[in-house]
Design a protein around this ligand. Structure first.
Ligand code: G1P
Length: 298
């Protein structure tokens, strides 16, 4: 039987973003911009491309800028219309969500990613759903979640995006214990959240894109604390290993940027800047000059 279509996605955006203080003192991390689009826009576009129709944000205090971002902006729009700036109006279209397509639930205590996803349980109901972590920005010809939706149509079960990382970095991720490596798709026999480098079962790490069965929400009901004393999504997914539908890793095609770290954010800024036709020439020339200057100074 073909698995049910995935039409709902959860965006956990409740984090404090302390790594980006002081900027995140007054703006949500997800509003920080890569070139001219906030991080959250990249995640939303990816979800749309994968056929997602309902967008569920798990937020917290101080995140109202996100709600405004996805709302109409009548004054701005009428001003742009008056000035004949149709291109800008087009750009804004991507930020407007139909009423009812977007919902916000609050996570009132920071208890971990698993807890954040659990907060959305009533809106998800009894169907498979996607989770996208906006910190992980993935540049790909075919958007990552779309690749996963296609793979999931063959496997069913739970599917997590996966990527090889240097063994010393495994302790920053959820890590897969591989049962059967089929290439792009990997059958999983276990998952460990943030293992010590020497205890990591592989160097195949979980990246922030998931397609999950509603059973994972039941597992989260038990509120079992895991790594760092938090309720971990990884643990709730791992409970599905050996179940009827199973758990799979998916080696996506694309370049992932860890925009939860400053270095990753800067790398993404350079890469996205260079990929923009309106910027690549000027920006590329500047970067080349910088390199020459740095080499001369050494
Ligand atoms: C979260 C998940 C982890 C995953 C990572 C990917 O960790 O808990 O399993 O590997 O995202 O970015 P975080 O980075 O929020 O600590």
């Amino acid at each position: 039987m073909k698995p049910k279509k995935v039409t709902k996605a959860v965006f956990p955006v409740a984090g404090l973003g302390t790594r980006f203080l002081p900027a995140t003192k007054s703006i949500p991390k997800e509003i920080m911009t890569l070139v001219d689009r906030p991080l959250i826009q990249y995640a939303i576009d990816e979800a749309r491309a994968a056929g997602i129709k309902e967008f569920i944000f798990v937020t917290s205090r101080g995140k109202s800028a996100l709600e405004d971002y996805f709302d109409n902006a009548p004054e701005l729009e009428s001003e742009l219309r008056r000035k004949g700036k149709t291109e800008m109006l087009e750009v804004l279209k991507d930020t407007n969500m139909d009423s009812g397509a977007i919902a916000y639930v609050r996570q009132n205590r920071p208890m971990g990613l698993g807890h954040a996803v659990w907060c959305a349980r009533r809106l998800i109901g009894d169907e498979p759903f996607a989770v996208l972590l906006p910190d992980d920005v993935i540049a790909a010809e075919k958007p990552c979640l779309q690749q996963m939706v296609e793979a999931y149509a063959q496997t069913g079960g739970c599917m997590v995006a996966a990527m090889e990382v240097p063994p010393a970095r495994a302790s920053s991720y959820g890590v897969l214990d591989i049962k059967n490596d089929l290439g792009a798709i990997v059958e999983v026999k276990g998952m460990v959240e943030k293992p010590k480098a020497e205890e990591a079962p592989s160097n195949l790490a979980v990246i922030g894109r998931y397609i999950l069965t509603p059973q994972v929400l039941n597992n989260l009901n038990r509120m079992k604390q895991g790594a760092g004393g938090e309720i971990q999504l990884t643990d709730a997914i791992a409970e599905e290993v050996g179940g009827k539908a199973g758990v799979y890793g998916y080696r996506f095609r694309g370049q992932r940027y860890d925009c939860g770290s400053k270095a990753g954010f800067l790398q993404a800024t350079v890469a996205f800047g260079l990929s923009r036709p309106d910027l690549c020439e000027e920006f590329g020339a500047y970067l080349n000059d910088m390199i020459v200057q740095r080499q001369a100074a050494q």
